[in-house]
Write a protein that binds this ligand. Sequence first.
Ligand SMILES: [Zn+2]
Length: 261
Amino acid sequence: MNSLTTLPRERQCHIQLFKIVYGHSKCPKCLNRLLFRRSYAWCSICRKKHSVRAATWFRGSNLSLQQLWLLLWCWQRQKGVGSTTDIVGVSYPTVRRWFRRFRALVPASSLQLSGIVEVDESFFGKRRYGQQTIVVGAIERDTRRVRLQIVPDRAQDSLELFLTKTVARSAHITTDAHTGYHDLEFYGYSHERCNHSNGHFGPTNMIENFWGVLKRSLRRLYGKLTLVDLRNILREWEQRQNQPDLFYNPYNYLKATLVQD
Ligand SMILES: [Zn+2]
């Protein structure tokens, strides 16, 4: 599904969902052909209704499957909550709730970055709401694959803990002149540092652009962010870069998130 005109009909959504959950669209008990109704599928041999929703994380929802497909599609395309309410025909709080849920189910990235990797920290959250949150990020220059993590502070220990977990030792790391990065060679990294106060920015341009794009999109989404929201958003953004397939269509996302429930 690449545009609204190719949105599958309710029955197709239902069949696709069966295929994702059971690997086929036949009766899970006897493999007879099923008759697909709006909220269940009927097996005429078992004389039983099968509800595929009950086996998924959207059990209990009264949205149609087509609405669910659309909500997912809007979230994958990074539509705003406002335009999504218009497209799907549900309320603003409903869209926010589902976007939150989609985000929370994005699988964590375990990727190790290599090659030339830009590293930087950034502050999130508005100062007037109290405590700001520090996020450290690393981005692979050739592929734009990225790792992000909330850290308690900008101390050397916190930054090194993040880097040794997310960046391969063979990597060439570029940073600003922050003292937290002074001992990276000790871990086997080659390290290039640039001094912003000299007007020298090049080596961390990509990660700084990334912060800008991420923060602009956060401003569109929320006034106030909880720590859990931010953690989930960071994971979503990692995977948008690292596993773009997940965001290509609703089917891919559902396949990756439904069965593990
Ligand atoms: Zn059956």
